[in-house]
Ligand binder design. Structure first.
Ligand code: FAS
Ligand code: PHB
Length: 402
């Protein structure tokens, strides 16, 4: 089989890239390890930046998002028994975010791909990328017990943190940066009305909590938990009781509880692999970088990678300009590192590091620094603007013209 672009992974990165390339007449095939149902079963991001909303509209898959998604013009930070509203719209001259679950984005993209009759191999195994430094790379994989081979011009590694693409770049070429946090997020999804009409990020001496949502009838909550915790050890009642202790009192009294429809623990890490391109292989999204979800950046950084790669490949095929390939990694990494820093900063400010020393400061001293940081940035309009402009998302960087 031959195609122009082989895409590894049918998560949001791979599906969105495939949809955008197809609209430009660029042939592509997706090879995915899991089943479509398994991909849809993963509950992840919930907040879309303006840039991602625009990209989904450009891809022609935004109808349900525009109908069912909720535009949010602000969110709250709760700490020291006070609630500070971050007025995104006022502080950024009109920018907002969209609350629309990653699961629904993925579902919309899968449906669009299927309707367009584009090829996706699900439940593939032993995926191997070959000759990525040559002009004729190819991918081999097993499908229904038979070996398959796809010849292509380029490979987009959209296969997430545990995928095969990043490992295809020789260790001698890769530089990896990492910070693993000493806690995780226990997430719960329930068909209960959200406790508040905007997201509330809560810092308490019992740990962090986040009140989010998916719709007016479906809520998403998170609790900071030790890395030793297991989701199965948390009953729904335990979760609701702990959440009430971490929400502001006047909010906790409004909490509607109910049976969980999903409960899972996500570890928190900051991670970046440089470079994000090697020969004819491009790393996209979680295959190249991971952020703690405190800044709602993970899915959104994947989207800006997709935007850059789609423009590069469109210029390659439509204008014959291969020079722009060398811009890909640097353009992506400038925005990625902004997202990494913001997510690391929000995680440091909002979480309880217990007795773990951080950056050479003992835990109590670090906590004093972070409490002062939080008071300073929320206590002035300038400080709230710094938070707001990063939360709505910094602008996407265009390709430079030679
Ligand atoms: P993905 O990991 O979504 O997709 C990669 C795909 O590649 C998967 O379908 C996988 O099955 C496939 N794959 C892997 N190896 C393969 C191989 N060898 N061959 C073929 N296919 C292969 N972000 C937020 O903004 N907010 C959140 O609250 C949030 N919560 C998260 C919770 C968890 C548990 C995780 C892991 C991530 C969370 N994220 C969150 C980040 C998340 O949204 C990612 O940014 C987003 O899924 C990135 O999408 P992709 O780059 O497509 O990677
Ligand atoms: C979510 O709703 O899953 C969500 C929202 C904002 C975050 C993280 C997760 O920062």
């Amino acid at each position: 089989m031959k195609t122009q672009v082989a895409i590894i992974g049918a998560g949001p990165s791979g599906l969105l890239l495939g949809q955008l390339l197809s609209k430009q007449g660029i042939d592509n095939v997706i090879i995915e390890r899991a089943s479509g149902d398994y991909v849809l079963g993963r509950i992840r991001a919930g907040v879309l930046e303006q840039g991602m909303m625009d990209l989904l509209r450009e891809a022609g898959v935004s109808e349900r998002m525009d109908k069912e998604g909720e535009i949010h013009s602000g969110f709250e930070l709760a700490f020291n028994n006070k609630r500070v509203h971050i007025d995104l719209e006022a502080l950024t001259d009109g920018d907002t975010v969209m609350v629309y679950g990653q699961t629904e984005v993925t579902r919309d993209l899968m449906q669009a791909r299927s309707e367009a009759g584009l090829t996706t191999f699900y439940e593939s195994s032993n995926v191997v990328l070959h000759e990525v430094k040559s002009q004729s790379p190819y991918v081999t994989f097993e499908q229904d017990g038979k070996m398959q081979r796809i010849e292509c011009d380029y490979i987009a590694g959209c296969d997430g943190f545990h995928g095969v693409s990043r490992q295809t770049i020789p260790e001698s070429v890769r530089t990896e940066y990492e910070r693993v946090y000493p806690f995780g997020w226990l997430g719960l999804l329930a068909d209960t009305p959200p406790v508040n009409n905007e997201l509330i990020y809560c810092k308490t001496d019992r740990g962090f909590a986040l009140a989010s949502m998916r719709s007016p009838t479906r809520s998403r909550y998170y609790l900071q938990v030790p890395l030793t915790d297991k989701a199965e050890n948390w009953s729904d009642d335990d979760f609701w009781e702990e959440l009430k202790k971490r929400l502001p009192d006047d909010v906790a009294s409004q909490l509607v509880t109910g049976p969980s429809i999903e409960k899972s623990i996500a570890p928190l890490r900051s991670f970046v692999c440089e470079p994000m391109q090697y020969g004819h292989l491009f790393l996209v999204g979680d295959a190249a970088h991971i952020v703690p979800p405190t800044g709602a950046k993970g899915l959104n950084l994947a989207a800006s990678d997709v935007a850059t790669l789609y423009k590069v490949l469109t210029r390659v095929y439509q204008e014959g300009d291969k020079e722009c390939i060398s811009q890909y990694s640097d353009i992506c990494l400038r925005r990625v590192w902004n997202g990494e820093r913001f997510s690391w900063w929000m995680t440091n400010m909002m979480h309880d590091f217990g007795d773990v020393s951080v950056n050479g400061a003992d835990a109590a001293t670090f906590e004093k620094f972070m409490s002062s940081e939080l008071n300073f940035y929320t206590g002035t309009e300038e400080g709230r603007r710094v938070i707001a402009m990063q939360y709505v998302g910094l602008p996407y960087e265009p390709l430079s013209t030679q």
